[in-house]
Design a protein around this ligand. Structure first.
Ligand code: NAD
Ligand code: UGA
Length: 440
């Protein structure tokens, strides 16, 4: 099948590469010239395990091509997948200008029947707006061409995007058109594995399902973070509670880790956008306001713990392990580390940070500053620091040389925002250990 993917970011590039790997002919379009030029040279602009090989393999096989030519992309694929960004507007609602621009372009140039698939995360009713935009462009051309607009939200996680795309838990299709359904089922047939994973529903239901999934996951995290404050004061280990409730299959273990709050390009913006949609329709989602407030607070919990331990932080220096919003990515969008660093700066402290891959991204965001040093190794970061703060749970932080850390720190203090260690084990090394939701 011929597929055009509009937007070559995390979702577009991964989806395009995986579809090509299944034998489809895929053309990826972007408006970012630098991105397309580097992809043409085989340079992947994002860090995503396994993606390089898939892109390389399919470019070499001639199944995956990149273009800046919007007309060519609209003409190419019978399936047109829109995977452009939907960033937050000033009021938190999703900014749909890129989605609608992509839709208009398809309408302007499509030569015959097209299935227009919305993969971007978009508010309920966006499918109707995409349909109207395409119709308007067709009318301008005086063209009478049939098309269908399908909602097909994406559920992949950064850092595991290729795996999630190749082995989806479910494939949600929001549509009401038999011809489009047959095409979409054929396209996704190779991704079904042992049993049918397609869920067909109305377009609006598919749009809402995507936000509901992210909001539910964010709610679980905020619930645990909120509970972790209580656990600390009543002398309970939140990890015991997590295991205790997670063992109930109705609850399950995932997304119950208390920590430094959720970040990334999705949960924060999607929780906000869903709240705005609900407000606009006069059905406010009260729970989500609390989810967001708990998260905002949680992002600086380590700094509050540091103030409690040290008093004024003016002139102190903190080592930070982990800058990315989660492991296996260099993405720092809404990363808790940014809140921690900025709160430390506001207190007059300085930072020496280490991250296995996000240092360049950190440099790009903050530039050169006297109060920010980027270390080449975890141990270099702790040298001479007043304490160590752990913000992202990279694997390489899981069994660190505690004695060497103690020897390098000015004060033997670890503030762990990801509960990586058994408290007693750390204390045996002569280190003071503060974590989240566990008695200090
Ligand atoms: P991104 O910012 O990484 O990429 C979007 C790309 O679209 C950019 O390269 C941009 O230049 C391009 N673009 C913008 N307008 C365009 C146009 N008119 N024509 C062609 N290209 C255009 O975004 P992303 O992280 O891939 O997210 C895309 C959508 O998918 C968002 O709605 C997001 O919420 C959703 N989503 C993201 C993830 C994720 O893990 N990142 C997961 C699921 C869903
Ligand atoms: C999330 C969803 O998991 C994907 O299904 C969805 O497709 C995507 O958003 C999206 O819509 O873009 P992602 O943002 O890549 O994916 O990362 P997650 O693994 O969900 O983690 C999000 C944040 O929650 C991270 O900061 C992580 O550290 C935090 N988290 C996660 C916790 O604090 N505790 C947990 O138990 C789990």
């Amino acid at each position: 099948m011929k597929v055009s993917v509009i937007g070559t970011g995390y979702v577009g590039l991964v989806t395009g590469a995986c579809l090509a790997d299944m034998g489809n002919e895929v053309m990826c379009l972007d408006v970012d010239e630098a991105k397309i030029r580097s992809l043409e040279r085989g340079i992947i602009p994002i860090h995503e395990p396994g993606l390089d090989e898939i892109v390389k393999r399919n470019v070499e096989a001639g199944r995956l091509v990149f273009t800046l030519d919007a007309k060519k992309a609209a003409e190419f694929g019978e399936v047109q997948m829109i995977a452009v960004g939907t960033p937050p507007d000033e009021d938190g609602s999703a900014d749909l200008q890129y989605v609608l621009a992509a839709a208009r372009n398809i309408g302007r140039h499509m030569p015959d029947y097209r299935v227009i698939v919305d993969k971007s995360t978009v508010p309920v009713g966006t499918g109707d707006r995409v349909e109207a935009a395409v119709r308007e462009e067709l009318a301008k051309r005086g063209a009478d061409i049939d098309f269908a607009v399908v909602s097909n939200p994406e559920f992949l996680k950064e850092g595991a995007a290729v795996d999630d795309c190749m082995k989806p838990d479910r494939i949600v299709l929001g549509l009401s058109d038999a011809r489009a359904e047959a095409i979409m089922r054929e396209l996704y047939q190779p991704f079904q594995r042992n049993h049918e994973r397609t869920l067909v529903m109305s377009r609006r239901a598919a749009e809402l399902t995507k936000y509901a999934a992210n909001a539910m996951l964010a709610t679980r995290i905020s619930f645990m973070n909120d509970l972790s404050r209580l656990a600390e004061v009543v002398g309970v280990d939140i990890e015991d509670v997590r295991r205790g409730i997670g063992s109930d299959p109705r609850i399950g273990y995932s997304f119950l880790y208390a920590g430094t709050g959720y970040g990334g390009s999705c949960f924060p913006k999607d929780v906000q956008a869903l709240m705005r949609t609900a407000d606009e329709h006069g059905a406010p989602l009260r729970l989500l306001a609390a989810v967001e407030a708990v998260n905002d607070d949680q992002k600086t919990t380590l700094v509050r713990k540091a103030v409690k331990r040290f008093g004024a932080l003016q002139g102190r220096r903190f080592a930070i392990w982990g800058l990315a919003f989660k492991p296996n990515t260099d993405d720092m969008r809404e990363a808790p580390a940014r809140s921690v660093i900025e709160a430390l700066w506001a207190e007059g402290a300085s930072v020496c940070a280490y991250d296995p891959i996000a240092a360049d991204e950190c440099r790009r965001i903050y530039g050169e500053r006297a109060d920010l040093t980027l270390a080449a190794s975890p141990l270099e970061a702790v040298r001479g620091a007043d304490a160590l703060m752990i913000v992202t749970e990279w694997k390489e932080f899981r069994s660190p040389p505690f004695d060497e850390i103690r020897a390098r720190l000015k004060h033997p203090v670890i503030l762990d925002g990801r509960n990586l260690y058994e408290p007693e084990a750390v204390r045996r090394h002569g280190l003071e250990y503060h974590s989240v939701g566990r008695p200090a």
